[in-house]
Design a protein around this ligand. Sequence first.
Ligand code: RIB
Ligand code: CA
Length: 313
Amino acid sequence: MSEPIIFDTDPGVDDAQAIAIALRHPDIELLGMTTTFGNVDIETATHNALLLSELAGHRVPVAQGAAAPMVKPRHPAPAHIHGANGLGDIELPAVTGQAESCSAAQFIVDTVNARPGEVTLVAVGPLGNLAAALQLDPSITERVKRVVVMGGSIKEGGNVTPVAEANIFNDPHAAQRVLTAGWPLTLVGLDVTHRCVLTPSHMRRIAAGQGPLGEVLAGSYAFYREFYQNALGIDGCCPHDSLALAWLVRPELFTTASGHLNVATEGPAEGQTLFAPHQRAFISPRWSQTPLADVGLGVDGAAVVEWITDTLA
Ligand code: RIB
Ligand code: CA
């Protein structure tokens, strides 16, 4: 049976890989994409979401969302990682479609309420759209099937600060709301995404299987690969955002733990995700008062990369 999802994204090279999976995988029914600032500004994010769905020959609704964080000022987009155009600065074909007239938050609320108990929200960028949807209609927590977030880090350390992962750091106030809203939630963070490396030979298989979309995936990957070579010394890239979909379709490849999440919203730990395991007593109950959530702590990285490649090859 295929899973109906909304994909909330800031495309972004690794977002593009995940979008391709969401558009192609037979077990996923992509109801639409909602866009956020993050890897790029909001207009570029929306442009790229439209473009990727057109290149796949599978148009889905795209609704534009958050242009900036809820509270703090926006950091400059990381053009050195994803390119100024979010897709490795390769030349891109023109887009013909347009975004929906409603906001991302409204799209989420309407879609979830139209299919109570069925829709999973998969969020792979800063979490302002999900926070705005909660503000528009707090009762969606009862009608969403599940929320899967690519973000955070429990034991791995951060990728933009010593302790913070990029999606959470980019809007920690939104993340605090979303990760503690009390809906069924799984956090898929750096503890698992850093165990997966998509190598050039995987990407060659993917590109060969994806026609015009494959050219964009391969071209943007080449730019992203250079960043990973310099930053982490690996030959390939971590396909962060695809891991949220891998968890949805192949949860048996992951180990998860249940517990309470909190997000540091200011100070030197800004953007850090704090995880208090279920029923573990600390010096005070302070860290264990938020609703239970699941976090990914381990993964069969090689199997996930094969799953990504097989899906797209
Ligand atoms: O930390 C990884 C996340 O931030 C991914 O969503 C990626 O797209 C990046 O911007
Ligand atoms: Ca992303």
